[in-house]
Write a protein of this length. Structure first.
Lengths: 347, 260
C-alpha cells in the first residue's frame, strides 16, 4: 500500500487530466466543429464574465454553452455515478454480477417515464419526465426494500429475489402501457428513453445529480474500509467492527436514491455499472479506497466518449446510448477477461 | 482480558443449540472447546463474537457486557479467526491483513506508518511476509488461514477467538500457529477438533455435547477414556507423553484384530 500509493496518485491525476481532455474534445466534436480554445474561452466567459472578451458568434456560444457542455457534463455525471454504484452494489451483495439496476430501480423509473410520455402528464412542466421517473424508482425500491426486510434485517438473498420480482412486475406494467399505446411516435420516444440517452441535457438538470453524486461518492469513499470488510464476508465484517445490518440498509438506500436520480435524467444505461467496476479491479485491485475514486473518473470518461459516438455515428440521427455501451463494452470486457484469466478474480 | 460466559443459551425456533453453557477464562489463558460436530462449539463462539445474540445468559469481557458494546468497540477487544473464508473479490494478502486495522480507524483516517508496521509484523509472525503482494484468492487453504490469523493479530485485541484455527493447515503450521498464539499471552478461546493439539496447548478444556457442557477442567482431568467414549463414541487410551509431559490420546479402531 505504501509502495503503490505514489503510483495511485499518478493514476488519479492521469485520469483527471484525461477527463478534462475528454470534456474538451467532446464539446469540440459535433456537426459544427469548434476549436478547443474557443470552448474554454466561452466557458470562462460564462463562469466569470469580464475575464475574456467575447469575440465569437452567438450561435457558437449557444452550441457550446447551452447544448454541448450540459450534455457532456451530464454524461460524465451519469457515467461516474453508475460505475461507483455498480462497484458498491457488487461489494454489498458480494456478487460481481450485481449492477445498479439490481434493486428494480430502473424498471420503476421506466414505468414512471413511460406513463408521462404516453399520457402526457404535465404537472411539473419540463421536469415531469424526470420527476415521474424518480418517483417510479423510489416506489420500486421501497417495494423491494420492504419485501426483503425480515425481522428488521436485510438479507442479501431476499433482496436480490425481491429486486428481480419487482422488476418483472414493473416491467410488465410498462410493457402493457406500451402495447396499448396507439401513437407510434410516442412508442418510439418511450423506447428511446428506456435505452438511455443524454439528448435532453440542460444546465438545470445537472444540479440534483451532481449534488447527489458528490455527497454519495464522498460518503462511500469514507466508508470504504467497511465496504472492503463487507465484500469479504458478512461475518468477517461484523468481527471487524462493522454494524452490518445498519450499514447495509444505509448503503442500499443511498444506492437506490442515487440510481433513481441518475435514471431520471438519463434513462436506463446498461453495462457501465456492471462491467466497468470489473475492468477497474484488474487495474487497481479490490480495495474500495482506490476503486471508488477511479471508478468515478473512469466511468465519467467512458460515458462521455460513448455519448460522442451516440450522437456522431449516424448523425444527424442519434443512437440510444445504451446500445453503444453494450456493443462496445461487452467485446472489450471479454477480451480483458481472456487476457487476465477469470474476471471474477484470477482464481 | 478476562472472559466470563455465564449460562448462555441460544437456539433456533424450538431447537436449543447452546444450553446454559458457562466458561471461565482467566487473563492470558488458552481455553479449548471440544466436542463432536454439531455440539454447539461454533454457535457458542458466535455468541461471544456477536454474530448470534444469546437468548439467555451474559458474556462479560472484564467488566463489560459484550452485547452492550458497539460493533466497533467489540472489534477492538475481540479478534476472530473464522473457519471458512468465502469471497469473490481479489484483495492482496497485505490488504486482507490491513482490514484488521478497521476497528481502530476513524472515518477520515488514513493508514499510519504504525499500521504499516503492525501489518508487516503480523505477516512476519505467520511467515507470510514474502506473500504480501500476492492475491489472497490464489493462496492454498493453509496459507489463507495464516493470513487470517495475521489479520486477527493486526487487530491487536486482548481476546482471540479461534474457530478450528488449524483446520486447513499441515502439521508444521498447526504447531506454528498454536505456538504463536500461546506465545502472545493473549486470552484465547478456541474450538478444537484435534484432541492431542487441544491437550498440548490448552490450559482448560470445556467439553460440549448436544449444546450442553459435560465436563471442564485441565486436559489431564477432562480427557479420560470414559469421557471420550461418552462424548465421541470411540474407544481411546490416554497417557502422559514423556517428551511433552502433556496428555496424549490414542484412538482405538473397532476392529483391532484386522490390523494384527
Amino acid at each position: 500500500m505504501t509502495t503503490s500509493r505514489l503510483g495511485f496518485g499518478t493514476l488519479l491525476s492521469g485520469l483527471s487530466l484525461l477527463l478534462l481532455l475528454s470534456v474538451t474534445l467532446a464539446v469540440m466534436i459535433g456537426p459544427v466543429p469548434l476549436a478547443p480554445d474557443l470552448v474554454w474561452r466561452v466557458a470562462f466567459h460564462e463562469l466569470a464574465p469580464g475575464l475574456v472578451t467575447p469575440d465569437w458568434e452567438a450561435f457558437q456560444r449557444n452550441i457550446i454553452w447551452e447544448l454541448r457542455f450540459p450534455r457532456v457534463l451530464l454524461g460524465g455525471l451519469v457515467g461516474a455515478g453508475l460505475a461507483v454504484i455498480g462497484a458498491t452494489m457488487q461489494a454489498l451483495v458480494r456478487n460481481p454480477l450485481a449492477d445498479p439496476y439490481l434493486l428494480g430501480v430502473s424498471s420503476g423509473a421506466s414505468l414512471g417515464a413511460v406513463a408521462v410520455i404516453l399520457f402526457g402528464f404535465n404537472w411539473f412542466g419540463i421536469y415531469s419526465l424526470s420527476f415521474a421517473a424518480f418517483l417510479g424508482a423510489l416506489l420500486a425500491f421501497s417495494a423491494v426494500y420492504l419485501l426483503a426486510l425480515q425481522g428488521g434485517r436485510l438479507t442479501t438473498g431476499r433482496l436480490i429475489l425481491a429486486g428481480v420480482a419487482v422488476a418483472y412486475v414493473f416491467g410488465a406494467l410498462t410493457n402493457f402501457l406500451i402495447y396499448n399505446a396507439d401513437n407510434g411516435e410516442q412508442v418510439k420516444s418511450v423506447i428511446f428513453w428506456m435505452l438511455g440517452g443524454l439528448g435532453g441535457a440542460r444546465w438545470d438538470y445537472l444540479g440534483m445529480p451532481a449534488l447527489a453524486l458528490a455527497l454519495g461518492t464522498l460518503y462511500l469513499t469514507v466508508q470504504a474500509r467497511s465496504l472492503n470488510a463487507l465484500s469479504v464476508g458478512e461475518e468477517t465484517a461484523a468481527t471487524l467492527g462493522v454494524d452490518t445490518s445498519r450499514f447495509r440498509q444505509q448503503i442500499f438506500a443511498l444506492c437506490a436514491l442515487l440510481t433513481g436520480t441518475l435514471v431520471a435524467v438519463s434513462g436506463g444505461i446498461g453495462f457501465v455499472g456492471l462491467m466497468l467496476p470489473h475492468m477497474l479491479r484488474f487495474l487497481v485491485g479490490a480495495d474500495h479506497r482506490r476503486l471508488l475514486p477511479v471508478a468515478a473518473l473512469a466511468g465519467a470518461i467512458f460515458l462521455i466518449w460513448v455519448d460522442v459516438l451516440a450522437r456522431t455515428v449516424v448523425a444527424p440521427q442519434e443512437l440510444p446510448i445504451g446500445i453503444i455501451t453494450a456493443l462496445l463494452g461487452a467485446p472489450f470486457f471479454l477480451w480483458l477477461m481472456r487476457r487476465n484469466g477469470d474476471a471474477l478474480g484470477r482464481r | 482480558m478476562r472472559v466470563d460466559v455465564c449460562e448462555v443459551s441460544w437456539g433456533v425456533a424450538e431447537a436449543r443449540i447452546v444450553r446454559e453453557v458457562s466458561l471461565d477464562c482467566p487473563v492470558g489463558s488458552f481455553v479449548g472447546l471440544i466436542g463432536p460436530n454439531g455440539s454447539g462449539k461454533s454457535s457458542l463462539l458466535r455468541c461471544i463474537y456477536r454474530i448470534l445474540q444469546p437468548d439467555a445468559g451474559i458474556i462479560q469481557l472484564d467488566t463489560e457486557d459484550v452485547w452492550r458494546l458497539t460493533a466497533r468497540q467489540a472489534a477492538q477487544r475481540i479478534g476472530v479467526v473464522l473457519q471458512e473464508h468465502s469471497g469473490e473479490f481479489d484483495f492482496s494478502v497485505r490488504e486482507m491483513v490491513f482490514m484488521g486495522r478497521t476497528p481502530h480507524k476513524t472515518l477520515f483516517e488514513r493508514d499510519s506508518s504504525e499500521d504499516v508496521r503492525m501489518v508487516e509484523h503480523a505477516l512476519h509472525q505467520v511467515g507470510m511476509l514474502a506473500f504480501a503482494e500476492r492475491s489472497f484468492l490464489t493462496l492454498s487453504g493453509g496459507e489463507k488461514q495464516r493470513v487470517l490469523v495475521a489479520r486477527a493479530l493486526a487487530q491487536q485485541t486482548r481476546l482471540l477467538v479461534l474457530d478450528e484455527p488449524t483446520n486447513h493447515l499441515d502439521i508444521r503450521y498447526q504447531l506454528e500457529v498454536l505456538d504463536l498464539v500461546r506465545a502472545l499471552g493473549v486470552t484465547t478461546i478456541a474450538a478444537m477438533h484435534d484432541l492431542n493439539l487441544a491437550a498440548l496447548y490448552c490450559d482448560q478444556l470445556y467439553v460440549l455435547k448436544s449444546g450442553s457442557l459435560v465436563a471442564s477442567g485441565p486436559p489431564e482431568e477432562v480427557l479420560t477414556p470414559a469421557l471420550i467414549q461418552a462424548v465421541y463414541g470411540v474407544q481411546a487410551e490416554v497417557a502422559l507423553h514423556p517428551a511433552t509431559g502433556r496428555l496424549h490420546v490414542v484412538f482405538l479402531p473397532r476392529c483391532t484384530e484386522v490390523f494384527r
